[in-house]
Design a binder for this molecule. Structure first.
Ligand SMILES: NC(=O)c1ccc[n+]([C@@H]2O[C@H](COP(=O)([O-])OP(=O)(O)OC[C@H]3O[C@@H](n4cnc5c(N)ncnc54)[C@H](OP(=O)(O)O)[C@@H]3O)[C@@H](O)[C@H]2O)c1
Length: 236
């Protein structure tokens, strides 16, 4: 298939971690717009067949609107971009709250809103990469968890709203996954010990769940997928 006849996917956070692995899996048979900010990691994607790296801050709504307006079609929209800074209610500042809610909730809501006409036209799919923190808030994760709880609400409401328009909406809630986000959290917490791989998912394993949703048959609405490492320290 030539690039112009391929289905089109947008992946936010497409230059790192789970989003990057998702981009690679979808690019086998989609034209994939991989959104991120880091110029180095975006540049590395220029060599990958069927991938178009897009330098975009997803909280720049005018730029996001210009980007979506430039697309002739959208079949799949994967929201993987997020930030996560550990904080208690006592330590969290209004700026930290605003940053998390802007990037983790409002930006995916706005990108979805702008892409909905194209997604309705293609009878497409929206996939939210959420977290175990989207349904269970742990001490010291309050701001991130609150943003992910809000994302849970967004996905549930959107699925109901869009069912009559033929757009399917899924959430994936991974447990701890070995990515730059998780590595940075462990460093900030002073944990420099090597990880036990059985206590962490590979980013590519989460990407396979996205692929499963994208490949789901016409009669199927996959709503929620929860993925845990084989040995999940927090929940066993
Ligand atoms: N890792 C885990 O343990 C874990 C567990 C459960 C759920 N999750 C969820 O999985 C998803 C992916 O996380 P990850 O672990 O793969 O993290 P990651 O490697 O740190 O990737 C985060 C991505 O978000 C992008 N991003 C952040 N702010 C942005 C902004 N304002 N505009 C555009 N892009 C922005 C980053 O782009 P730049 O690098 O260019 O800034 C990066 O590509 C997130 O939704 C996260 O909450 C992760």
């Amino acid at each position: 298939m030539t690039a112009s006849t391929l289905s089109v996917a947008i992946v936010t956070g497409g230059n790192s971690g789970i989003g990057l692995e998702t981009v690679k899996l979808l690019a086998t048979d989609h034209q994939v717009y991989a959104i991120g900010r880091n110029p180095q990691t975006l540049q590395a994607l220029e060599k990958v067949a069927n991938v178009i790296p897009v330098a975009l801050d997803i909280t720049d709504y005018a730029a996001v609107a210009a980007f979506t307006a430039s697309l002739a079609r959208v079949d799949v929209l994967v929201h993987s971009a997020a930030i996560s800074v550990l904080s208690t209610t006592y330590s969290a500042t209004p700026e930290l709250w605003q940053q998390h809610l802007s990037i983790n909730v409002i930006a995916p809501a706005e990108l979805t809103r702008l892409a909905l006409p194209a997604l309705r036209a293609s009878q497409g799919k929206v996939v939210f990469i959420n977290s175990g923190s989207g349904t269970l808030a742990l001490a010291g994760h309050v701001v991130y968890s609150a943003s992910k709880f809000a994302l849970t609400a967004l996905a549930h409401a959107l699925r109901t709203e869009e069912s009559e328009h033929g757009v399917r909406v899924a959430t994936i809630a991974p447990g701890p996954t070995d990515t730059p986000m998780n590595q940075a959290s462990r460093q900030r917490a002073g944990n420099h010990a090597p990880i036990n791989p059985r206590e962490y998912l590979e980013a590519s394993s989460v990407a396979r769940a996205v692929r499963f949703i994208v490949d789901s048959l016409e009669d199927t609405q996959i709503a929620d997928i929860v993925i845990r490492p084989r040995r999940d320290k927090a929940r066993r």
